[in-house]
Design a protein around this ligand. Structure first.
Ligand SMILES: Nc1nc2c(ncn2[C@@H]2O[C@H](COP(=O)(O)OP(=O)(O)OP(=O)(O)O)[C@@H](O)[C@H]2O)c(=O)[nH]1
Ligand SMILES: [Mg+2]
Length: 701
């Protein structure tokens, strides 16, 4: 258990701790000289049961509240010290308000210096204390008359502490490790040590940890928990860690840093939160109000964006966005306190709700509803409620990380809520079963309508399908998530996804018997001279049919994926194009440094210089080959465009999934057909949709 002191300057906090534990927590020369506490003081007090109570003694000076705040985070119990001869004073109120903002509900009031106070003074002080406690989390707290000088009442105070120790519930340990650093120093012969309160999780000797927000890596060489050498420290203890790492030094670590499990390192400077403004504020808090934000042991300047039109009146609570000058290593559910920029008063405080707060559309009613959902303290409840909102999908990895939850918690959430889960790049997107079901039926409906409207087309492009399918509310799904969903539907046998786009299994382009007959004849002509097939005009002349008719059939075949238009009006069978791609790969494999000339390629096809160059230029346009002056080489990243067999015999592309009908479909880099050829969806999760293909080759509509 960690016990913190609180109270006005000179009311006897340090004296009481010294009287109880025998430890003088005022260590600094200046503290001795001035007779006041300046920085945090620490003492450890072994109890008869074997437990150790850790004390954090804070300064009461009005100019040192920032130091008090650094010590106040993570305490389980507070001793609010009030001098009986002085009564409630400004920092009595301010420290009490801070304890309340930090959510502390357990404590005792030590009515100190009773040796100096008359019965009337004691009674008056007691009445004053009861008044200020009213309405706070500490309302009704016991008031124990004591004297740090005579020892009066200390037995009763001790009894309160021991009772609290017996009551303290173990903090949840399924979280990942976080320790809020309040001191860093060099231990001669040992290395750099940090001390602080373990906010969540546990740490063991030899663990790899990170300092956040700086991101410095370190190994834990040794641990002291509650002043005892241990192998493992855990939530609710004050620990000293000796750290080793290439850049670890006293100077590299600051009060306010957080030592954490490397998986948690994701500092943020824009956080949505609920803020309660203290009733003591004189004016409402309006837009862009400048503050100092205190979180754990950190203090960062920032501004408050009120997420509604009206300013927040004293005593009111509302959603705000904290826009910080430096990032914080925080977790959802953490408490924070804001003070004015001149550090003269505490303005308010609250709870962090969303560490990945949006900069735009942050004040909409949808967003307010989402914040209300995310503010629910139970992760499962918060997740389910947020997933019911317009977004529909959330990154479970980020959700758990921002709550300092272990990976096992993610699996439990998926199981408990029966979530649909899709991997979209490095995000693990989850949705409620109903959301997934709606997506499935919506996509199916768009596709079925497309097939009805355009029976002449083999399939719909992924982008067209994505933008055409409108979720109930909100924007279309981001491309990588949508593609991942399509793959799931392909696995379920509901869709076919190939280079012609997306279609229902069994959908075939309809054409008339006459068209079918003519096409069969054309196809045999094309395969008769695979590497130098006749052009549209020659076919029409030879067969004695209309040139336009042949051209239309060719374009239809191209959309079906049966042929490729290598040059205007010059169509090659798709299987031949793939064969030529393999030949190009083979030519490159036998050329110095993999660079080959057009002549070398022509010699293998024996189809004349002009056609060979047109084929290579077709490959260049699709990025399959890369040309520099007279030499070309194969682009390994685009091999799958025309030579899927070469890809399959070589290493599979990253993210390739089985069950796509032999066509490699890397997750997040799907191939799909446009009028121009196949494209890949570019880049990151939030990247823009792929650029439209050149206008002139847009398929006929
Ligand atoms: N007579 C009497 N004097 C006390 C008692 N407790 C503290 N004092 C005196 O009050 C003065 C201030 O005591 P501290 O313990 O330093 O007070 P503090 O609350 O720690 O002060 P800051 O840390 O500076 O806020 C010292 O001179 C103490 O000796 C008490 O119970 N009776
Ligand atoms: Mg003191």
């Amino acid at each position: 258990m960690i016990v913190g002191t609180a109270g006005h300057i000179d009311h006897g906090k340090t004296s009481l701790i010294r009287r109880l534990t025998g430890v003088d927590t005022d260590r600094l020369k200046e503290e001795k000289a001035r007779g006041i506490s300046i920085d945090l003081g620490f003492a450890y007090w072994p109890r008869p049961g074997g437990e150790i109570i850790g004390f954090v003694d804070v300064p009461g000076h009005e100019g040192l509240v920032h130091n008090m705040l650094a010590g106040a985070t993570g305490i389980d119990f507070v001793i609010l010290v009030v001098a009986a001869d002085d009564g409630v004073m400004p920092q009595t109120r301010e420290h009490l308000a801070i304890m309340d903002l930090l959510g502390l509900k357990n404590g005792v009031v030590a009515l100190n210096k009773c040796d100096l106070a008359s019965a009337e003074q004691r009674a008056a002080a007691k009445a004053g204390i009861e008044t200020v406690l009213a309405g706070t989390g500490l309302e009704g707290t016991q008031i124990v008359p004591v004297s740090a000088v005579t020892g009066e009442g200390l037995a009763e105070l001790t009894a309160h502490l021991d009772a609290a120790l017996a009551r303290t519930t173990v903090r949840p340990r399924d979280g990942l490790f976080r320790l809020a650093v309040d001191r860093a120093f060099t231990l001669t012969g040992l290395g750099t040590a940090v001390t602080g309160t373990v906010l969540s999780g546990a740490v063991q000797v030899d663990d790899q940890v990170l300092l956040s927000p700086s991101g410095l890596e370190a190994r834990v060489r040794s641990i002291n928990a509650q002043d005892r050498r241990v192998e493992r420290g855990e939530a609710g203890q004050r620990c000293a860690l000796v750290l080793a790492g290439p850049h670890i030094a006293k100077e590299a670590i600051h009060r306010g840093d957080v030592v954490l499990d490397p998986a948690l390192h994701a500092p943020t400077a824009r956080i949505d939160a609920s803020l309660r403004v203290l009733p003591s504020e004189r004016k409402p808090i309006g837009q862009w109000f400048p503050v100092k934000v205190h979180h754990a042991a950190a203090e960062v300047p920032g501004r408050i964006v009120v997420l509604r039109d009206a300013p927040i009146a004293p005593g009111e609570t509302a959603h705000v966005q904290l826009v910080l000058e430096r990032p914080l290593a925080a977790a959802v559910g953490d408490r924070f306190v804001v003070r004015d920029t001149s550090s003269s008063r505490t303005v308010g405080g609250g709870i962090l709700i969303d560490l990945r707060a949006p900069e735009r559309r942050r004040r909409t009613s949808e967003r307010q509803a989402e914040l209300a959902a995310l503010a629910r303290p139970e992760p499962a409840g918060a997740l389910a409620e947020a997933l019911r909102g317009p977004a529909g999908w959330l990154d479970l990895h980020a959700f758990c990380r921002d709550r300092a939850l272990a990976p096992s918690a993610a699996e439990r959430l998926i199981a408990d809520l029966a979530l649909a889960s899709l991997q979209a790049k490095d995000r693990r997107m989850v949705a409620l079963p109903a959301t997934w079901e709606r997506l499935r039926t919506d996509v199916g409906a768009v596709l079925d309508k497309f097939h009805t409207d355009r029976p002449d087309l083999q399939g719909i492009g992924i982008e067209q399908l994505r933008l055409g399918h409108k979720p109930a509310h909100g924007p279309p799904l981001p491309a990588p998530l949508f593609v991942s969903a399509l793959h799931r539907l392909v696995e379920a046998g509901e869709l076919v996804l190939d280079r012609t786009g997306v279609r229902r299994p069994g959908h075939e382009v309809l054409s008339s018997p006459e068209e079918e007959r003519t096409w069969a004849l054309i196809r045999s002509r094309l395969s008769g001279e695979p590497y130098r097939p006749p052009r549209v005009r020659d076919i029409a002349k030879d067969m004695g049919v209309d040139e336009q008719f042949v051209r239309r059939l060719m374009r239809l075949a191209a959309r079906r994926g049966d042929v490729e238009e290598i040059a205007p009006d010059h169509f090659f069978l798709r299987s031949v194009v793939e064969r030529m791609a393999e030949i190009a790969i083979d030519v490159a494999a036998n050329a110095p440094e993999g660079k080959f000339t057009a002549a070398e390629f022509r010699d293998r096809l024996d189809n004349g210089r002009k056609v060979a160059i047109q084929i290579l230029e077709f490959f260049d346009r699709h990025g399959f080959t890369i040309r520099r002056q007279d030499l070309r080489r194969i682009n390994p990243a685009r091999i799958d465009l025309f030579a899927p067999r070469a890809v399959q015999t070589a290493a599979p592309p990253a993210g390739a999934e089985p069950g796509n009908g032999g066509v490699p479909l890397p997750v997040g880099r799907p191939v799909f057909k446009t009028g121009w050829g196949r494209q890949t969806v570019p880049g990151g999760f939030d990247s823009h949709p792929p650029p439209p293909p050149p206008k002139r080759r847009e398929p006929a509509r």
